[in-house]
Design a protein around this ligand. Structure first.
Ligand SMILES: [Zn+2]
Length: 77
C-alpha cells in the first residue's frame, strides 16, 4: 500500500474535494492472497491524492503485528 497523507475527511491541500469509495487493499499479513475488503478511501478529484482514515491505518498496523482477529468493519470509530 503506498504511503499516503492521513486525513479523516475534508478538503485536499490543493483545494480539490475528496470523493469517498470502497476499495480492496491487498495485505499479505493476512496470508497468501489476503486482503482487506470494503476499505473506505477518499481520493481527490483534482490531484489524485488518496487518503485513508487513521483508524484504518491503526488496524493495518495491528494486523502487521499478528492480530488478525476481526475485520476492518467497525474499526472506524
Ligand atoms: Zn488534491
Amino acid at each position: 500500500m503506498p504511503r499516503s497523507t492521513v486525513l479523516d475527511t475534508g478538503q485536499c491541500p490543493c483545494g480539490g474535494t475528496f470523493a469517498s469509495r470502497l476499495i480492496t487493499v491487498p495485505l499479505n499479513a493476512l496470508g497468501p492472497g489476503g486482503a482487506l475488503e470494503d476499505v473506505p478511501e477518499s481520493r481527490c478529484g483534482d490531484c489524485g491524492t488518496r487518503v485513508y482514515q487513521a483508524a484504518l491505518l491503526r488496524r493495518i498496523e495491528s494486523i502487521m503485528r499478528g492480530d488478525t482477529r476481526g475485520s476492518i468493519a467497525g474499526a472506524t470509530t
